[in-house]
Design a protein around this ligand. Structure first.
Ligand code: SAM
Ligand code: SF4
Length: 315
């Protein structure tokens, strides 16, 4: 399926819950946000039906996100159900990894293909502050369990924040010295809690290349520009939605936990899919895809136009 700009849409980011066991400062307010009621959240059967309809239209890759997808009870079973959907070639997970340790092996057995872990710091006190209560040791145990279960490469996603973790770039990047690790630095976006953060928090990801000058370009992976250094077995990725808008290469569509299709992370457009079946579902999806904008409108002066916070959409 192609959108109005001729971009192939083949990647679904499926939010399975808006709930989370952390409260990252850039994602959720300290006091939490009003959560969807259980009745508002799609059942696994509904999520599978929506995914199957998208797969019929050409979606090949599904990534579970949230909120924290691992707080949703039965998520291992959902992976198995999605992996069985005709046309779906890959099911992946984005997680803070704090609940991953006991689930990594069962998820692998259920057919999960890849794991991306969000990890913004390697300092335990800072981790607790950024996540408002999370334990670094739990996240590291989750990463280790994922390695032991056979996930490879493991991608570590780190949101760059000026004055918060930009001094840790060399240490975080050095994780990619090890085999099968890709450390991806992501530019902070003015959405949700970060929408009105001060300019100094928004760091151009080229700062990573200044901090680790031995890095050399070595290709691309989706929207990530890849780098490596002599003697390093893994790679460093830069994801630069702000300084190097990559919308012309966007292959994504998002579905929220309450079953609404979001053609773009940063526009307010949404199309309700819940309760639709067959041709009606297919038509609603196509109508949503037609709303995919050519590019987002964020810059130093304009925040995201999304009416939802990141924990509701899934990044
Ligand atoms: N809870 C899971 C996690 O943290 O990996 C999945 C959901 S989280 C919303 C998905 C991704 O969005 C995370 O990597 C997080 O760092 C990123 N994110 C949240 N708010 C962001 C912002 N304002 N700018 C850039 N990335 C953001
Ligand atoms: Fe939770 Fe992920 Fe948002 Fe952090 S970034 S509060 S872990 S949903």
């Amino acid at each position: 399926m192609r959108d109005g700009e001729g971009r192939l849409v083949e990647y679904l980011r499926l939010s399975v819950t808006d709930r989370c066991n952390c409260r990252c400062t850039y994602c959720m307010p300290a006091g939490g946000v009003p959560m969807l009621s259980h009745a508002d959240v799609c059942s696994f059967e509904e999520l599978v039906e929506i995914t199957a309809a998208l797969a019929e239209l050409g979606v090949r890759k599904v990534r579970l996100t949230g909120g924290e997808p691992l707080v949703r009870r039965g998520v291992v079973g959902l992976v198995e159900m999605l992996r069985a959907v005709g046309g779906v070639e890959e099911v992946d997970l984005t997680t803070n990894a704090t609940l991953l340790a006991p689930l990594a092996a069962p998820l692998r057995a259920a057919g999960l293909d890849r794991v991306n872990v969000s990890l913004d710091t390697l300092d335990a006190a800072r981790y607790e502050a950024v996540t408002r209560g999370g334990r670094l040791a739990d996240a590291l145990a989750g990463i280790e369990a994922a390695r032991a279960a056979g996930f490879s490469p493991i991608k570590i996603n780190c949101v760059l924040m000026g004055g918060v973790n930009d001094d840790e770039v060399p240490r975080l990047a050095a994780l990619a010295r090890e085999a099968h690790t890709e450390v991806r630095f992501i530019e902070l976006m003015p959405i949700g809690e970060a929408a009105c953060w001060p300019r100094g928090r928004f760091v151009d990801a080229s700062a990573v290349l200044d901090a680790v000058p031995e890095l050399r370009p070595c290709g691309t992976d989706g929207v990530a520009e890849l780098f490596s250094a002599p003697g390093w077995a893994g790679r460093v990725g830069l994801i630069r939605p702000m300084s190097h808008r990559f919308c012309s290469r966007c292959t994504r569509v998002r579905v929220t936990a309450d079953g609404r299709l979001k053609p773009c992370l940063h526009t307010a457009d949404e199309v309700a899919l819940r309760g639709l079946h067959g041709e009606a579902l297919r038509e609603a999806i196509l109508a949503g895809i037609a709303l995919k904008p050519a590019h987002h409108g964020m810059d130093g002066a304009h925040a995201s136009e999304s009416a939802r916070a990141m924990n509701e959409i899934g990044g």
